[in-house]
Design a protein around this ligand. Structure first.
Ligand code: ADP
Ligand code: ADP
Length: 235
């Protein structure tokens, strides 16, 4: 079954731009199957961030329609988890408390948070162990390296078991060794849990290593999304 279905989607950021026919993305047709890992590559300004905003319901299309998990998107989606280039952990919270954050906000976890805090904490710690952060649960972000903070951010994006993980250049700021280690961690988590992933990246090697399908987004004239399906050796 399809998980993401964009049908002829256009977005102008405001009415003035709409009247001028200035669209940030145009005529996007894109389908993602359940459990698929896709990467979107393309030059700066071609519309990758805009695509992400549409896929999470942070922006509504000017024309066209978007279905996520069979439902029309009507507002910000709670079934998704996100991580960005900057890890953006809250500095006054420990690693584990940062990871727990979505469980304090998103139902059905939110209403049980007080009673189940110990159980949730153990779950967060288990996820942190998987990404190699055992022993750092009670440290603060400033006590972690950039790569460690990024690992914690990925745990935070996954703790509420989202159906979709959106990653916008998550490894861009890391050194090559840490980056490749995190690729492997992400691929292991994905192989185990089969959430959908949409990864925006400038790194072609990263997209080839991780994704089932790579979309190349181009800037002008049409900003059409071109699908390039590649056969990957199975891990
Ligand atoms: P990136 O290339 O990593 O997407 P940008 O510098 O293009 O980063 O964009 C950073 C933020 O500024 C994004 O949230 C983007 O939507 C917003 N932005 C980009 N271009 C404009 C613009 N012309 N007017 C207003 N906001 C913009
Ligand atoms: P990318 O992520 O690929 O760098 P963006 O989605 O940020 O591209 O931008 C696509 C186009 O939309 C660019 O021309 C950018 O300037 C414009 N844009 C992005 N955000 C805004 C915004 N908030 N307001 C107006 N224009 C924007």
């Amino acid at each position: 079954p399809l998980f993401v279905d964009f049908k002829d989607v256009w977005l102008a950021y405001n009415d003035e731009l709409l009247q001028q026919g200035q669209y940030a993305v145009e005529a996007i047709d894109l389908q993602v199957r359940q459990g698929e890992f896709i990467a979107i590559v393309g030059p700066s300004g071609c519309g990758k961030s805009t695509f992400m905003k549409l896929a999470t319901g942070l922006r509504m299309p000017s024309h066209g329609r978007i279905l996520i998990d069979g439902q029309p998107v009507a507002g910000p989606l709670k079934i998704s988890g996100m991580a960005f280039q900057a890890p953006s952990l809250l500095p006054w919270r420990t690693t584990v408390d940062n990871v727990l954050l979505p469980l304090e906000i998103v139902e059905p976890y939110r209403s049980q948070f007080k009673q189940k805090k110990a159980e949730y904490r153990e779950r967060a710690c288990a996820l942190l162990r998987k990404v190699g952060l055992a022993g750092y649960e009670d440290k603060f972000p400033w006590q972690l390296s950039g790569g460690m903070q990024q690992r914690a951010s990925i745990c935070r994006a996954l703790i509420h078991e989202p159906k979709m993980l959106l990653l916008d250049e998550p490894f861009g700021a890391l050194d090559a060794f840490t980056r490749e280690e995190l690729w492997c961690i992400l691929r292991d988590l994905w192989t185990e849990q089969r959430f959908n992933v949409i990864l925006v990246t400038h790194d072609l090697r990263e997209s080839v290593f991780l994704a089932d399908t790579i979309y190349v987004m181009s800037k002008s004239p049409g900003r059409f999304v071109v699908r390039r399906e590649i056969d990957l050796p199975q891990p």
